[in-house]
Design a protein around this ligand. Structure first.
Ligand code: ASP
Length: 460
């Protein structure tokens, strides 16, 4: 890996370096040719002099997005030539050797102007869009946030565990993607809308502290800024109370901001806690934007929403859970749950974390006692057959010494989007889908051959 990163060149004046990257632009000035070369770390101006004619000749063939390897000396620019817009603007590369590693067709848009073109085009040519400073920065920051989360949770004795993608449907409210099980004709896997059940089973398994940057799949109707697949920072802990989970998560969010976004200011620490009822009354929504100054792009107003109702009325007069059927109720309302009374007043041990008007995560303390989970399901009107077929595996597991446990999941893209001041979660994903769930780069979904469809046991 014999190469120098462009960003390091200002510290290498007088040294010979080897730069590899893409030609961003070429400017011919008679006996001088300037090219801007870009690698992942930055951009530097490289200069070719007419004197060395072979090399100069070669330089005239360079076009945008050609891939090059350049050797030469880093030299200071004259006072008047300093470009204060570039981190490497005090230096330039005096090229002595040029190798063209690959050519490029004329790019469909100029990389520097990627932000100005329409989004479908950016998504179709994502590999070009990704070379822009904006996208490189979003992808890098997302990596740094993920790494910080991993390091912090490791410190706190969490284990990172991957849970299955081919699994069974779970009634958490979203429509699921289904996968035909070829070896069991007529049966289907579904892709998980969250690792909820597995993370709880990990607690029964004695893991005590789990996390995962988990891919979740939800077959959403075309609805604003949602994605069919997205990433959750998913956690579960045993022997904890709501307070422990709020504090751990609050500290983690603060650490991310302080470490990676020192220019930003958190409006209030500890994060204010607002009851669901107060949020609805005061702001008319349960993800209020409580920023003092909505034009300040460096202001972060986190708040917790707590004390959610456990149940809400369905259209046909029954009850359903407001968040998650696995949530438990606050200790004072356990009696009501088991007696199935005052259902509309039962408060869930449930919390959401909100940032600048967006819900960025939510979680709860769970029903670790099988009888409590059964009560929730009965209040929702599930027959005992349905309870056994949908939840039998959980109820059985909870009979074998399930510890008290609870957790939370953050939407990673939402968080990164807000921290990066981006308008859409698509801008912080390497390969997002369109609003109607198409991947226009890979052209997915696509038609399958008759044979593949027959093998999967599907009749269209
Ligand atoms: N599984 C929940 C969700 O996806 C999060 C949690 O309760 O931990 O919203």
């Amino acid at each position: 890996m014999n190469r120098d990163w462009i960003i390091d060149t200002p510290n290498k004046v007088g040294q010979t370096v080897e730069i590899k990257g893409w030609v961003q632009s070429r400017r011919d000035h008679g006996k001088l040719i300037f090219i801007d070369v870009r690698d992942r770390s930055g951009i530097i101006q490289a200069v070719f002099w007419g004197g060395n004619s072979d090399l100069f000749e070669q330089a005239t063939s360079l076009r945008s997005e050609f891939v090059v390897s350049l050797k030469g000396k880093i030299q200071s620019r004259g006072e008047k030539q300093i470009n204060s817009d570039l981190p490497t603007g005090t230096v330039e590369l005096a090229v002595e050797e040029l190798e063209i590693l690959n050519e490029s067709e004329t790019p469909v848009f100029e990389i520097e102007k990627a932000s100005e073109i329409n989004e479908e085009m950016r998504m179709q040519y994502r590999y070009l869009d990704m070379r822009s400073e904006r996208m490189r920065n979003n992808i890098e920051k997302r990596h740094q946030i993920a790494k910080l989360i991993r390091d912090e949770l490791d410190e706190q004795k969490f284990w990172e565990i991957e849970t299955p993608y081919l699994t069974k449907g779970t009634p958490e409210g979203a429509r699921e993607f289904i996968v035909p099980a070829r070896l069991q004709p007529g049966k289907f896997f579904v892709l998980p809308q969250s690792p909820q059940q597995f993370k709880q089973l990990l607690m029964v398994g004695g893991v005590e502290r789990y996390f995962q940057l988990a891919r979740c799949f939800r077959d959403e109707d075309t609805r604003g800024d949602r994605q069919a697949e997205f990433t959750q920072v998913d956690m579960e802990m045993s022997f904890v109370e709501q307070e422990d989970i709020l504090q751990l998560n609050e500290a983690l969010l603060i650490k991310i901001v302080k470490t990676l976004y020192p220019e930003k200011r958190i409006q209030q620490v500890p994060f204010p806690r607002i009851s669901y009822a107060d949020a609805m009354e005061k702001y008319g929504k349960d993800s209020p934007d409580i920023r003092e100054d909505k034009n300040d792009k460096n202001l972060l107003a986190f708040c917790w929403i707590v004390d959610f109702p456990m149940f809400e009325k369905t259209d046909n007069g029954g009850w359903t859970f407001t968040h998650n059927p696995f949530s438990t109720v606050i200790p004072e309302h356990r009696q009501w749950l088991s007696e199935k009374k005052n259902i509309d007043q039962i408060t869930a041990a449930q919390y959401d974390i909100v940032l600048n008007g967006y819900e960025i995560g939510g979680g709860s303390i769970r029903n670790h006692r099988p009888a409590d989970l059964r009560s929730v399901l009965e209040i929702m009107g599930h027959s005992s057959e349905k309870i056994n077929s949908d939840f039998g595996h959980m109820l059985r597991a909870f009979k074998f010494g399930a510890p008290p446990h609870g957790g939370i999941a953050w939407g990673l893209e939402r968080l990164v989007m807000l921290l990066q001041n981006e308008p859409s979660i698509r801008d912080v994903m390497a390969f997002p889908k369109t609003g109607d769930s198409r991947d226009i780069l890979m052209e997915a979904p696509s038609v399958l051959s008759d044979k593949a469809i027959k093998d999967a046991g599907i009749k269209l």
